[in-house]
Ligand binder design. Structure first.
Ligand code: AMP
Length: 144
């Protein structure tokens, strides 16, 4: 299964914030959408980084409540690990495990196509196993 297959079901919409948006506002976006990370994107669509609840928690721990007034770009992770539509779901799992993160943006030739979360990956693997079980049961029933 490929990243493109997940995006076909899930769609390409990505929740994002502008680089100058304060962390207090980012928290509202994360909470209201029930998500763990947003992409930080400028007004021309350029991707600057990713800002996850973990970045905010770490900064709160180190610098206290002043974090709430900081712009998203001061707290985000700049160096992004990304996938292509042709990347396999197994490869994305590997990226998440090695990098210890739960989100992978899908970017092809500079164009943002979507965001894959660990929840999407787990769902894809369960669906894949379910399909395999159905085929195996049909094969066994046919052979009997
Ligand atoms: P997460 O587990 O995705 O909430 O993020 C854990 C940490 O990894 C945070 O510091 C994120 O900013 C960072 N992070 C999340 N996704 C990525 C990614 N695709 N590439 C690089 N860093 C990431």
């Amino acid at each position: 299964m490929l990243v493109a297959d997940i995006l076909r079901h899930k769609g390409g919409q990505v929740v994002s914030v502008f680089p100058d948006v304060p962390v207090s506002r980012v928290l509202a976006v994360l909470g209201s959408h029930r998500i763990g990370a947003v992409l930080v994107i400028d007004r021309n669509g350029g991707v600057h980084g990713i800002l996850s609840e973990r970045d905010i928690v770490r900064r709160l721990w180190r610098e206290g409540t002043a974090t709430m007034e900081m712009p998203a770009q001061a707290v985000m992770t700049r160096h992004l690990v990304t996938a292509l539509p042709s990347t396999t779901v197994a490869e994305v799992m590997q990226m998440m495990t090695v990098g210890r993160f739960r989100h992978v943006p899908v970017i092809d030739q500079g164009q943002l196509l979507g965001l894959i979360s660990i929840g999407d990956v787990v769902k894809a693997r369960i669906d894949e196993q379910e399909e395999e079980n159905v085929s195996l049961r049909a094969y066994i029933a046919g052979a009997a």
